[in-house]
Write a protein of this length. Structure first.
Length: 115
């Protein structure tokens, strides 16, 4: 299992795209910052993954937990940490109030029998 801690605010899905297909400048900037922050690791134990996301949020009460996930998962895939986000078969998402935004991600490889 690997644990990744990112001292940044998650980019919400609503801020990531204009219309259906066009990325916003905020999404491009978030992806660029995230690529520099993510470690050069690969999760072993494919073909599937178990993932836990903990979001520590300054604006806890007004942030939907599900809007924090999509862009983040896509970046994990682009970085090569996971092979494909469609292979996540078990996910846990939690959010907590905090003075500073932070994201903690725990990923482990698994197979169907172990899930």
């Amino acid at each position: 299992m690997i644990t990744i801690t990112l001292n940044m605010k998650p980019l919400l899905t609503n801020a990531a795209w204009r219309g259906r297909r066009f990325s916003t400048a905020a999404k491009k900037d978030f992806e660029r910052r995230l690529q520099w922050s993510l470690p050069q690791v690969v999760v072993v134990g494919e073909p599937y993954y178990r993932v836990a996301y903990d979001f520590y949020l300054k604006y806890f009460a007004t942030t939907d937990y599900d809007g924090c996930i999509k862009v983040l998962q896509d970046c994990l895939e682009k970085r090569g940490i996971i092979s494909n986000d469609s292979k996540i078969i078990d996910a846990r998402v939690r959010k907590f109030p905090a003075k500073k935004d932070r994201i903690v991600i725990r990923i482990e490889g698994c197979d169907l029998e172990a899930s």
